[in-house]
Write a protein that binds this ligand. Structure first.
Ligand code: AQP
Length: 336
């Protein structure tokens, strides 16, 4: 008999074209995990509404994101791939979890504080409630494992706290999820301001490498990457810019920091930046080509989304029914 595998949940928001940081922190690891876990990969479109979106662009980015998942090697035969808004249970469980969440614990989240500062004209309840919707995403599938970058670690803690709080207040219902954080590349920084993380919604396009960038653009952006006045290629916590490039190169070349330091001994930053750019381009340009092939077949992408929605909704409905029962909501029985 086939052994029951632990459930894994992960998602990316279609809030922009994903960057290499989203690829390194999440999508890259998803492919291998498919053989070890029962994987559920979502497109977190409801989360994107916490900042202003252009409706037509959001729809297009949703398609682009599912095409990217497939191009990176996510296999809809092995994993459930779906769009968050297609399964209404996510919003329904968010409401229940809101009733056991304290405003104070959401107000101190780093992402909430950063985004409130960056979108001062649109500080809305959704922005504050973002981690609760994320907790609902995870808990709805009883996911035990959640691969994320370091930036989402705080939010994962909230999901764990809410699972435990619910289980204690009502009755044992949710698995308490564990994060899987990559050893290298869990916190990829902006190329223009290495004190801040790389983000797909950064208004400065030189700050990130988008998964859509062509080879020339990748080389140009890396050449402009902010480093320091020293000229030694090494991972050094006090030199954030070069350390970031070393981490990126390590992920894309498969080499350790020690191997990289040895390889680039006596080599200047300029030459190293070109090597980093070439390593990144040789991985992401073929992915981009495959993504464009998928995008040309919208009917296929729609079919994957519909099948994914059906599979996800089946699991989610069962869980939500259990939650409703455990909190005491009445369900009438049909007798005839
Ligand atoms: N800088 C990063 N380094 C490593 N991993 C990262 N991730 C995001 N930024 C980094 C990981 O990517 C996955 C998907 O993220 P998301 O789209 O759900 O939201 P995010 O974390 O807010 O990513 P962005 O790029 O910063 O989006 P915007 O600009 O819209 O806010 C997550 O696993 C995340 O950890």
């Amino acid at each position: 008999m086939e052994e029951k595998r632990a459930r894994l949940f992960s998602a990316v928001q279609p809030s922009g074209i994903p960057t290499i940081a989203n690829y390194i922190g999440a999508i890259k690891n998803w492919v291998d995990l498919q053989d070890k876990y029962e994987c559920i990969y979502s497109i977190a479109d409801l989360h994107t509404l916490t900042v202003k979106q252009v409706p037509a662009t959001l729809r297009q980015r949703t398609l682009e994101l599912i095409a990217l998942y497939l191009a990176c090697g996510v296999d809809p035969e092995k994993s459930t791939v779906f769009v968050q808004s297609h399964v209404p249970c996510h919003a329904e469980l968010t409401w229940i979890l809101n009733t056991i969440t304290y405003p104070g614990e959401l107000a101190r989240m780093t992402q909430y504080k950063d985004k409130s500062r960056n979108h001062a004209d649109n500080v809305n309840m959704g922005l504050m409630d973002y981690p609760v919707l994320m907790a609902a995403d995870i808990l709805l599938y009883n996911a035990e494992v959640v691969p994320v970058g370091k930036d989402q670690k705080q939010h994962l803690e909230i999901a764990r706290d809410l699972a435990e709080r619910f289980n204690n207040r009502y009755s044992p219902t949710f698995a308490v999820p564990e994060g899987i954080i990559p050893k290298v590349g869990a916190n990829i920084m902006s190329l223009q301001d290495p004190a801040h993380k790389m983000s797909k919604s950064d208004p400065n396009e030189n700050a990130f490498i988008s998964m859509n960038d062509d080879r020339d653009t990748i080389i140009r952006k890396f050449k402009r990457a902010v480093t320091d006045s020293e000229s030694r290629v090494a991972f050094d916590e006090n030199r954030a810019g070069i350390s970031n490039l070393v981490s990126i190169y390590s992920v894309f070349s498969g080499k350790t920091f020690a191997e990289i330091e040895k390889q680039f001994e006596g080599v200047g930053y300029g030459e190293f930046k070109i090597e980093v750019a070439e390593a990144v381009a040789s991985t992401i340009c073929p992915i981009n080509e495959r993504k464009n092939e998928y995008l040309a077949n919208k009917a296929y992408l729609d079919k994957i989304m519909i099948e994914g929605k059906e599979r996800a909704e089946y699991m989610a409905r069962k869980m939500l029914a259990k939650v409703y029962k455990n909190v005491g909501l009445y369900t009438p029985e049909r007798k005839s």
